[in-house]
Structures are given as structure tokens and as C-alpha cells.
Design a protein around this ligand. Structure first.
Ligand SMILES: NC(=O)CC[C@H](N)C(=O)O
Length: 442
């Protein structure tokens, strides 16, 4: 009988190396690992022998064996399994799109952004949870991401604003997380092969039916063609008066002069706050509002919010409304999904990006000024510039992949951006756009 370590060395073909366990090179193990042939029961021994971390092994276990210490699994549609340690709620997600976000801060804002509905978020930044969670950083009343994937276990919060730790907060909202995953390997995989469907499972009884989970992920048709905006939108109109947060005043109430109707396709609160702080009296209305519903409020301007899902699906009801507002000559400003819908209403088309943009560090060039902004982004679809008709000008472009980041149609007094000028999380380079909207309203 071989002991596990001897078995490892034998498989590595290293009889001569058997004299010294430390002689097993991490590279050799990594190579072996990428072939998916290391049984999970041998992982601890290899770790001891090579100094590799536990997460170096997750993602390659093709056997149904639960590795020692694993309490959660991220199962991809192709059957690959990333084992890890569960945290948050005991739960198994619905089949979801697995994406990654490169933001170094703002996990709470990210997870509560309604645009993440239907998605599991992999954080490329390893330390998630360090500042805990609080009431002010909620972008919506609940978490909208289906689950999260992290490299490190979260630690106790170290921040005076924290009212809870990440794990308990997730637990309260019935959202599972998985840590101890090689998020770098996972991110490269998403980058190279596209965002896969996946299921995250953190079962209370510790039992995993990997085949069934993989099948659920594989059977799901994915985000394309899916209208999620109406599911996350408000159901009744309401007024929004809080401005952006400051040390002195918190979220001070504002009393803006410009009447803005914000169509809620899954609006982040900081967009509404930014509008209020820029001097707008904001009335939020449901995603399915018609032009008539919107114009009834006698707006000086209409704002089209961010939101989840495929813009082409939401366009079926949003585009007629937007076209009605344009026909009435009311200025429009759109962000993210709102940008995609405005472009569609102007005659353009959208498509699914091969690599989505998510994070708070995305460079964008404003072609009207030549200035570069570092922006916060979260989108998987984009506007096809080639599809834009005459009279629609491209104003912003991504410096990562050249995709469209903004348009305007001056004659119609409408403009929009693909990124998030309200930040939260992220830099405030693009906050000028809210002023631009107020100026456009005259
Ligand atoms: N943040 C958003 O509004 C996202 C828009 C759209 N759901 C996309 O993924 O492209």
C-alpha cells in the first residue's frame, strides 16, 4: 500500500525524488492538477509537501469525492467543480451566470446592485469582507447577486461604520458564499471561455449531487433573452429626496428644482442620490411605465436607470415608452441598461460582450473632451456602434476593448453612458454627467 504522498510521487514519476518530499515542484503538481487527475484525498498531503495552498486544487476535482475541509462547491455547466469553504447562508443558488468583478472595494454595493440579478460574482480582489457591512452602503433593500466567490475567508470587520460581518449579513439575506477558491484561475477561465452558467451549493447536510448541479447549470438558457428589469423594479411610483452621503450630514435631504422622472429598471440608490444632489426633484416610476405614465408627472427630464438582464428583452416595453418621451421633446439621460435602451430606441442594437466589464477601475475616454475617466462598471451587454443611425454621436469609448461607452443625439437632447458615473463603488471622475443632465434640462 502506498501512502498518499508516495502515491503522489509515484504518479509524478519521481522515484528518485521520493527521498525528499520537498523536491516535488509546485509546477509539476500544477501541471498534473490541470489535467484534473489529483484525487481530493491527496490534496492535504501534497499541500504539506509542496507549500501549495488548498485553493490551488479547487476547480479540478472531477471525482465526486468531497475534499477534506470542503463545505461548498461551485459547479460549472461543463461539469467542473471548484470546491471551497461555505459561508453566509446554507443554500443552493438557482442556475446563474458566473461573472467576475475587479473592484478592490465596494463588495456590499456590488452585491446589492440590482444589475447583478441572475449572477454569481467572483471577486478578483482576495480580501472581501474586511470592513463588514452597514446600512448606508446598500444600493437596494436586498442582495441581488445570487452568491459570491472569494479567495480568502472573510475576517472580522475592521471599520467603525460596520454594523455586521459579511457572513452574518449574507446569512440574514439567505445568500451563500464560497471561499478558498483559486479566483485567479476561475477569472482566467471566464476571460478565455466566457461567463459560464454555474450553481453555488453550500448544503447544510454537506451532501453534493454534483451531476445534478452541473445539469441544472447546463440546462439553464442563460441571461441572453431574459428580461429581469421588471422583476427588480419598484411596483408603485415614489419620490426620492436623499442626496449623496457626506461626513457632516449623512444623506441630507435635498429639494431640487428640476422635475425628473427616473424609470426604475433596477436603479441603484446612489444614482437617485446623485440626481437629487445635482438639483433634481426625483420621482421614481416602475420599469413598465408607458410614455403617458411618465409624462403625466410633467418632467423637465427623464432618467433611464441601470438594471439586470438582456436589454433586447427589456426593450420590448421600454423602447416604445422612451420613443414617446423623445417625441414629446423631453431631455433624457441613461445609465448602463438605460444607455442600452436609449440606443435601441434611437435605432441601434445591442449584443452580448465576450468579456463583461465589472469593477471600479475601467478606463473610458470622453471623445468630446479627450479626457480619460476611471469608471465603475457592471455590464455584460453593449451597444453596437455600427448599428447607430445618423444623428447619434459616439461620445465615450472603453480603453480596455474599444467598445461603446456613451452616445448623444444633440437634436433630441438625449445622452447616455454605459458606465456608472454615480460610482458606489468607485471613483467619482464621471460625476460631471449629472450636472450635464441638469444643464440640458435648461
Ligand atoms: N448595470 C447595468 O445596467 C447592466 C446592464 C445589462 N444588464 C448588462 O449586463 O449589460
Amino acid at each position: 500500500m502506498h501512502t498518499p504522498i508516495e502515491e503522489i510521487l509515484r504518479r509524478l514519476g519521481g522515484n528518485e525524488a521520493a527521498a525528499q518530499l520537498t523536491g516535488v515542484s509546485p509546477e509539476a503538481v500544477r501541471k498534473w492538477r490541470s489535467a484534473g487527475s489529483i484525487p481530493p484525498r491527496h490534496w492535504p498531503a501534497i499541500m504539506a509537501a509542496t507549500g501549495l495552498a488548498w485553493e490551488d486544487f479547487s476547480g479540478v476535482a472531477e471525482s465526486a469525492e468531497v475534499p477534506p475541509g470542503a463545505t461548498a462547491a461551485l459547479v460549472l455547466a461543463d461539469g467542473s467543480v471548484f470546491w471551497g469553504r461555505g459561508f453566509g447562508a446554507f443554500a443552493t443558488t438557482k442556475p446563474s451566470e458566473l461573472c467576475f468583478s475587479t473592484g478592490m472595494t465596494g463588495y456590499q454595493e456590488t452585491l446589492t446592485d440590482p444589475s447583478f440579478a441572475g449572477q454569481i460574482v467572483t471577486f478578483t480582489f482576495p480580501h472581501i469582507g474586511n470592513v463588514g457591512t452597514n446600512k448606508e452602503d446598500m444600493e437596494a433593500p436586498q442582495i441581488f447577486a445570487r452568491g459570491l466567490v472569494t479567495k480568502e475567508d472573510f475576517t472580522a470587520p475592521s471599520n467603525y461604520r460596520a454594523t455586521n460581518d459579511l457572513g452574518s449579513w449574507l446569512k440574514n439575506m439567505n445568500i451563500p458564499g464560497i471561499s478558498g477558491v483559486d479566483t485567479r484561475a476561475l477569472t482566467l477561465r471566464i476571460r478565455d471561455l466566457g461567463a459560464p452558467n454555474a450553481v453555488l451549493s453550500f448544503p447544510e447536510d454537506g451532501k453534493f449531487d454534483l451531476k445534478a448541479l452541473a445539469k441544472q447549470a447546463a440546462d439553464w438558457a442563460g441571461l441572453e433573452g431574459l428580461d429581469l428589469a421588471k422583476d427588480v423594479s419598484c411596483t408603485q411610483p415614489y419620490n426620492w429626496t436623499d442626496g449623496t452621503w457626506s461626513w457632516e450630514n449623512g444623506f441630507a435631504e435635498t429639494n431640487g428644482g428640476k422635475r425628473v422622472v427616473a424609470v426604475d429598471f433596477g436603479a441603484k440608490r446612489n444614482i437617485l442620490r446623485s440626481l437629487a444632489s445635482a438639483g433634481c426633484h426625483v420621482t421614481v416610476v416602475p420599469a413598465t411605465s408607458s410614455a403617458e405614465d411618465i409624462l403625466r408627472h410633467k418632467p423637465d427630464g427623464v432618467f433611464l436607470s441601470n438594471g439586470p438582464g438582456d436589454p433586447a428583452a427589456t426593450a420590448t416595453y421600454a423602447v416604445p415608452a422612451i420613443q414617446g418621451v423623445m417625441a414629446a421633446g423631453v431631455p433624457i439621460f441613461g445609465i448602463c441598461l438605460g444607455h442600452q435602451l436609449l440606443a435601441t430606441a434611437l435605432g441601434g442594437k445591442t449584443y452580448k460582450l465576450e468579456r463583461g466589464h465589472r469593477g471600479a477601475n475601467q478606463p473610458v475616454k470622453d471623445l468630446t473632451t479627450g479626457k480619460v475617466e476611471i469608471t465603475s462598471q457592471n455590464h455584460g451587454f453593449a451597444v453596437d456602434e455600427k448599428s447607430l443611425p445618423k444623428g447619434v454621436e459616439v461620445t465615450h469609448v472603453s480603453l480596455f476593448d474599444g467598445s461603446n461607452e456613451g452616445i448623444q443625439a444633440k437634436e433630441k437632447k438625449v445622452f447616455s453612458v454605459q458606465y456608472h458615473p454615480e460610482a458606489s463603488p468607485g471613483p467619482s471622475d464621471s460625476a460631471y454627467l449629472f450636472k450635464r443632465f441638469v444643464e440640458l434640462m435648461g
